[in-house]
Design a protein. Sequence first.
Length: 285
Amino acid sequence: MLARYVEIGLAVREAFRKPELRDAFIGRLKPHRRLIAGCVPAGIQQHGMLPERAPAHGLAEISDADLAQWLVDDGRLIYGEFTQQELDNYFEAIAPWLPLHGHFIDLGSGLGKVVLSAALALPGMRCTGVELLGYRNDMAQVRLAQMLAAGVADDPAAAARVAARVRLLHQDMFATDVSDASMVYIYSTCFAPMMDRLAEKLASELPEGALVTTVTFPMQHPAFELVKQFAPPSVAWTTVFLYRRRSALDAAAPPAASFLYEQDSAAWEYAVRAAFAAYDSSLGT
Ligand SMILES: C[S@@+](CC[C@H](N)C(=O)[O-])C[C@H]1O[C@@H](n2cnc3c(N)ncnc32)[C@H](O)[C@@H]1O
């Protein structure tokens, strides 16, 4: 998946950078602008994850469906996490609803901050992280090892108990079995195009009573009841939702809910042309 992401991304970035390809860039991306978080896809910007090399293909060779999927992937790979204070607020805020035992899963666990914080805050729960990008999961493993090493120096038996409860998996959340989860956490701020698919997956797998947290975007699915909505800044900079899986009988087919915001076409193009100009001036041209 990553190799494909990089190949298409290089073609999109070339069309952004080369003046003679910019009309094509606008023409191809404009119909899909609702999939872009912001105006210019994150991956082709200076802080993006793409390597500095020429593309093997031009944008014209990329199909529309592949381009749309690339924009979804580009959005969902954007990194973000709560501050430690926000996470402390979160675990305190949801404490009244949390079971004492069970399985906490972070879907899209990144560098592991939530999983490691959960392992400390929820001593009765197994805590699992699921991350698509190997390098992020590797970094999470390093952080876990550092946390455990610090714990071993202090209290080896307690550190061993934490180690036995934590797992960091390198895999696609859509291929992950969550049927024994009692709590699922999703930092979904950049997952707008995937919210319906995620809700469907969770509705079909989670046991009755399981809790789900989403961030920024709600889950509009009849299998879930909203338990609590934490408006900013009570817990964090953005809205935090807490849901509970209703009984299986209530899991009727959901109405399609769209969380995608489509920017006005002219406003989007204006912003993209401004980004072209900013890129050129960063090169001194
Ligand atoms: C916004 S970050 C949140 C990281 C972590 N949950 C936290 O709050 O600190 C979202 C993470 O989800 C990962 N991700 C995106 N799509 C995924 C997928 N299909 N399966 C697993 N992880 C995914 C991204 O690579 C990214 O690291």
